[in-house]
Ligand binder design. Structure first.
Ligand SMILES: Nc1ncnc2c1ncn2[C@@H]1O[C@H](COP(=O)(O)OP(=O)(O)OP(=O)(O)O)[C@@H](O)[C@H]1O
Ligand SMILES: [Mg+2]
Length: 461
């Protein structure tokens, strides 16, 4: 055999081995595969299709007119010499890459948002999200695969015991590693609840966004998200208060760690009324100290932050008898007052509901206006999606409506930067939440004035 044909045989063998081994390598080393193979292919695909795609999606403009007069006849046609926005493809990150384009005169980000679906098909990627971080610029975040699919999250506390080992491939920062104490004012209310679509930790920062509205159809993941938040907060010097008008079925799991739990409407009225009094006392305390927020008070006299958990908002509002209606109105008024006053006074609301609509009464719309943080899981009625996201992020409504029934725990959330993103909560089940909150029963905060009513296991009248 000549040396030339021997070389061809070897080359053929190498190609055959590579073809056979490729699926295995891809499976075992997905990240390396992405950097070495998938990203370069995607890069080439984007480069070669961008001009055609931009033209097809009406993202091209022409500096020449699309019509002309020829011998007194108006001739219309396709634009000649179309100009497309120039793309700058960034460095790849794990399974995603960001591109930027400078918009041409007359273009708006909405035109690029409309084209995102076509781009994800043309480039054969999981999704293309478009945002406009700076005037005149659009940013495309391309996810090669759904980073939120098939994740089985250990409990947040279990993660801590992993001694900094990455979780879902996220290198959890030192900040999230340790349980913050009262002295770590900035970290105390940063609650790590899951993973964002860009692969970073999903953190509800209650100092930044003091109150949150969490919606979703039944079995969409609201309680699981609450569980994740509660197991993070349980070890910290934070009071947890529950209002669960499903008879305590959901929040009753945290009984050992709750400072108070209301399981019917009259108890909720008393509890919310008491919390309003607490907030008013704190305003006096701040006024005397001449500060605008409890966080400006010295640590020794700073009152403990209170996180109020409400499960099934509609139950608070839906009443038929006159007494029930009066109670519902009182709850609604007090929730709005708490939301209005509580932000700087260390009282925070996490309000969950399957359905949030104007039919629950005008109080709901007023409350919603105060709940700056929004989380929308899969929902079945369009009004709830619009109530949750429509006023702040109209472009997120479609993204929320496309969450499938199998994507439990997936939600659209407000990000700490003020935008929105897809996210998935850590899958913390009811038993795990119960076990962890019981482990931290000694951290239960005894709030003054709550000693004789609504304390779980205590007197309830
Ligand atoms: N992040 C997640 N990852 C995986 N599975 C999840 C996640 N969140 C929820 N699930 C699954 O979905 C189921 C229902 O979740 P959950 O009880 O939180 O729904 P819900 O919205 O509170 O429902 P309901 O309105 O009926 O109380 C859970 O038992 C769990 O199996
Ligand atoms: Mg629930």
């Amino acid at each position: 055999m000549s040396s030339k044909s021997a070389l061809s045989v070897v080359a053929l063998l190498v190609v055959a081995v590579l073809l056979v081994a490729a699926p295995m390598v891809r499976e075992r080393y997905p990240r390396a595969w992405w950097y070495a193979v998938s990203f370069p292919i995607l890069w080439v695909r984007i480069r070669f299709t961008w001009r055609q795609l931009a033209w097809e999606c009406d993202l091209a403009v022409t500096r020449k007119r699309a019509h002309a007069m020829i011998g007194g006849i108006l001739v219309k046609g396709k634009e000649l010499d179309p100009v497309v926005p120039r793309l700058h493809v960034g460095w790849p990150r794990p399974f995603s890459v960001t591109m930027r384009a400078r918009m041409l005169p007359g273009q708006t980000p909405d035109e690029f948002v409309d084209a995102a679906e076509a781009m994800s098909h043309a480039w054969r990627v999981h999704s293309v999200r478009v945002s406009s971080p700076a005037r005149g610029e659009v940013e495309f975040t391309i996810s090669a695969r759904d980073p939120l699919a098939n994740i089985t999250a250990p409990g947040a506390l279990a993660r801590r015991k992993h001694h900094g080992r990455p979780w879902f491939g996220v290198s959890v920062s030192a900040e999230l590693e340790e349980t913050p104490g009262a002295a770590d004012a900035a970290k105390l209310l940063r609650v790590f609840v899951g993973l964002l679509e860009d692969g970073s930790p999903w953190v509800l920062d209650l100092r930044l966004l003091p109150h949150w509205l969490i919606t979703g159809a039944t079995q969409s993941g609201k309680s699981t998200l609450m569980n994740a938040a509660v197991v993070e907060l349980a070890p910290r010097p934070v009071a947890l208060v529950g209002i669960d008008l499903k008879g305590g079925m959901e929040l009753g799991n945290y009984t050992a760690r709750l400072s108070a739990l209301a399981t019917d409407r009259p108890a909720a009225v008393r509890l919310l009324g008491h919390l309003v009094d607490v907030v008013l006392e704190r305003t006096v305390q701040c006024r005397v100290a001449q500060v605008r927020s409890i966080w400006d008070l010295p640590e020794q006299i700073r009152p403990v932050p209170i996180v109020v958990l409400v499960d099934e908002l509609a139950e608070l509002y839906l009443a038929t008898d006159p007494k029930g209606k009066a109670d519902a109105l009182a709850c609604s008024t007090n929730l709005v007052r708490l939301a209005q006053l509580g932000a700087t006074l260390g009282v925070h609301l996490l309000v969950a509901g399957q359905r949030v609509g104007s039919d629950l009464g005008p109080g709901v719309t007023m409350l919603r206006a105060q709940l700056g943080g929004r989380i929308c899981h899969r929902v079945t009625d369009p009004e709830t999606v619009k109530m949750t996201l429509g006023d702040k992020f109209p472009d997120a409504v479609i993204a929320a409506q496309s969450i499938g029934p199998l994507e439990r725990g997936v939600a659209i959330t407000t990000t700490n930067e003020g935008g929105w993103m897809r996210a998935r909560s850590a899958n913390i089940g009811a038993e795990q939440a119960q076990r962890i909150t019981t482990d931290y029963a000694h951290q239960r905060v005894w709030l003054p004035g709550l000693s004789d009513f609504d304390r779980p296991g205590g007197k309830t009248s």
